[in-house]
Design a protein around this ligand. Structure first.
Ligand SMILES: O=C(O)C1=C[C@@H](OP(=O)(O)O)[C@@H](O)[C@H](O)C1
Ligand SMILES: C=C(OP(=O)(O)O)C(=O)O
Length: 431
């Protein structure tokens, strides 16, 4: 049985400055672009966590050199892409959806597999799209084999990306290296996480790639070189949210340094969410500072664009005074776990009043009690349990180590936050 992590109860209002490691989404896009670029790239302050190490390993196995530079940076030297290779996707959506189009440019047999849950995550759309673009690939889920021919004809393809924005991002990231580039059209229900596609487009353009994204639900990448990158990776704003939530639920103050003034990261939406729930939110040159109110108010919000914040927002909602409704996130059923089912089950297990709807959750305020919080190998479920534990004594989070998917040392960062010199012991926290 996996060890249980006793989630620390806040000794008072949490007051801390918490530097947060680099963005998973930016790091993994940058690694892919750097592997396909026309020269060596430098990524400074990249995220070094399971998802990004898996991406680096996948690209290495295809012929790219990814080595350590000074101060934790990554140096990426593109090499001739070739198999045979075995790609371990772990549970990383970015690896399972971004790497197959890269592998299609290689020569040889490349097999893909991942964690048991990764075999259930939606992937067929990407593999169908590659077949339509002239790639020989079997299967419609992990594990599968792709036989690279050393190039991809490319062209036009219509996909249903309503299950994941990553289907679109994955095709666009490699498409400048396809003979004819790509035109991707979406047909189906609304595409989730559109800011993540905007991030893909922005990073491609920064690398000198011509992208036409003028029409809704249509993206065109022209064939051409990808310029080498010299990129400083922003802090991961979604990973910052549990720490900001710590201020919000304890009436404390937490600053995350280096919060970008402008960003394509979807996690920036947390500023508005926390403000709507009653927190004071200020962005200055020092970073983003959140000060929690005496009591959080509930929220009715469509999280379609920023689904990855749902576990944090559900934890906040469960500790708020009014009821909340989280909408637009049916696609979370295909994330690391079925997040709607997991949040309903685990919050209910602590005495919460939570029920799933067709596309989200309804959360009513209740006094919560301690108990085991299961993580389902989902890093954001684990961090949601930690947030609850600040106010609810006796929460034990199963498999806290799963946070290493996107944060290298979450328990250490959490402990440091609670032990910070500026922590005001004995005041402000409720519960
Ligand atoms: O492209 C990306 O970096 C991501 C896109 C989103 O995926 P979905 O569109 O599948 O929600 C997001 O939830 C995930 O954490 C990261
Ligand atoms: C959905 C997420 O991850 P992935 O990139 O594996 O899809 C997430 O980090 O919340």
């Amino acid at each position: 049985m996996t060890q249980l992590w006793p989630a620390p109860t806040a000794p008072g209002a949490v007051r801390a400055t918490v530097p947060v490691p680099g963005s998973k989404s930016i790091t993994n896009r940058a690694l892919v672009l750097a592997a396909l670029a026309d020269g060596p790239s430098t990524l400074s302050a990249p995220l070094r966590s399971r998802d990004t190490e898996l991406m680096a390993a996948a690209l290495r196995s295809l012929g790219t050199t990814v080595s350590d530079g000074p101060d934790g940076s990554w140096l990426v030297e593109p090499g001739a892409l070739r198999g045979p290779a075995e790609v371990d996707c772990g549970l990383a959506g970015t690896v399972m959806r971004f790497v197959p189009p890269v592998a299609a440019l290689a020569e040889g047999s490349i097999t893909f597999d991942g964690d048991p849950r990764a075999r259930e995550r939606p992937l067929g759309t990407v593999l169908d799209a590659l077949r339509a673009l002239g790639v020989e690939v079997g299967g419609d889920a992990l594990p599968f084999e792709l036989r690279g021919a050393g190039g991809v004809p490319g062209g036009e393809v219509t996909i249903d990306a309503s299950a994941s924005s990553q289907f679109v991002s994955g095709l666009l990231l490699s498409a400048a290296r396809f003979d004819r580039g790509v035109v991707v059209r979406h047909r189906g229900g609304p595409v989730p996480s559109l800011p993540h596609i905007d991030m893909t487009v922005a990073m491609l353009r920064d690398a000198g790639v011509e992208v036409d994204a003028e029409q809704p639900e249509r993206w065109q990448v022209s064939p051409g070189p990808i310029r080498a990158l010299d990129l400083a990776v922003e802090p991961d704003l979604s990973n910052a949210t549990p720490f900001l939530a710590a201020a919000a639920v304890t009436g404390g103050t937490v600053t995350v340094p280096g919060w970008p003034a402008r960003t394509t990261q979807a996690g920036d939406a947390i500023r508005d969410i926390l403000a709507r729930m009653g927190a004071e939110v200020r962005r200055t040159d020092a970073g983003l500072t959140v000060t929690g109110p005496a009591a959080l108010t509930g929220i009715d919000i469509d999280l379609h664009e920023v689904g990855e914040l749902t576990p944090t927002v559900a934890a906040l909602a469960a500790l708020a005074e009014g009821g909340s409704r989280l909408r637009g996130v049916a696609h979370l059923r295909g994330h690391e776990t079925d997040r709607l089912a997991a949040l309903e089950r685990e919050l209910t297990g602590l005495g919460g009043a939570v029920r799933q709807t067709e596309d989200g959750l309804v959360v009513e305020p209740r006094e919560l009690t301690g108990g085991t919080w299961h993580s389902y190998a989902d890093h954001r479920m684990a961090t949601a349990g930690a947030i609850l534990g600040l106010r609810v004594p006796g929460v034990r989070v199963e498999d806290i180590a799963t946070t290493a998917k996107t944060i290298p040392d979450f328990p250490g960062m959490w402990a440091a936050m609670l032990a910070a010199e500026d922590a005001a012991v004995g005041s402000g926290a409720r519960g």
